[in-house]
Design a binder for this molecule. Sequence first.
Ligand SMILES: [Cu+2]
Length: 258
Amino acid sequence: MQEASTPPVSMYRALIIFGLGLVSAAAVLVGLAFLIGGEYGLLVIPVVVLVVSALAYVALKGGRRRRSLLPAIIPALLVLFFTLPSVGFAFGHFDSVFDFGPTVLGVLGGLTTLLGVVVAFVTESGGRAANATTPTHWRAFTGVAAALGAICVLSAILTIAGRESVSAEEREGATVVRMKQLEFEPEVLEVGTGEIRIVLENDDPTVHTFTIDELDVDEDVNGGSEALIEFEAPAAGSYEITCEVPGHEAMTGTIEVR
Ligand SMILES: [Cu+2]
């Protein structure tokens, strides 16, 4: 939007504002996931991203000089730091909105913001804005935002529709393992030799995996879902359980076969 009293926004500045909008949307989704999962301490991450995005926006709107663009780099780099490692994983989990949504919005928003800053920085000199935005640019931004919104809504629908549970009969004789706040509970599973049946209950809103590399066990469990896994216990010994979601390296457990 153009105000009569101020010169029009350059299209690269508009690109940065759009990028910061996506970054903020990603932070809101992450914040929502932490709230649902009860990870209140981690809320500081999306809150910091939202605050620095807002400050970067204020600096951008308030200053005509090139240096007013620079604060936008901070939220962009922050969000890329957290989302880039999960890109491959997120694209494979479209049916988990709190994994897919923040990563896609964060990566697109972070890259768009950085691109806008770089191009605006080299094209703006002496405080003059190059290439003023036109209604076509705003229509393009609105169109892309609407498309991304629609994709996230579809992802949310698939997430809710795809929830799975394990029936009471199937649970009989099975050991229950909860996945909650980056922990397996119990952390140490004791089983006898023979067939092992485990019901995995994911109480978090995001995906966890139950992976035992040595035994070729690797099960994805979506947020709020349950899954039954069955496998033959190998020779007695102790085997490491891990979660293969990027950033969940601390989520480990042990299965002791007696
Ligand atoms: Cu996990």
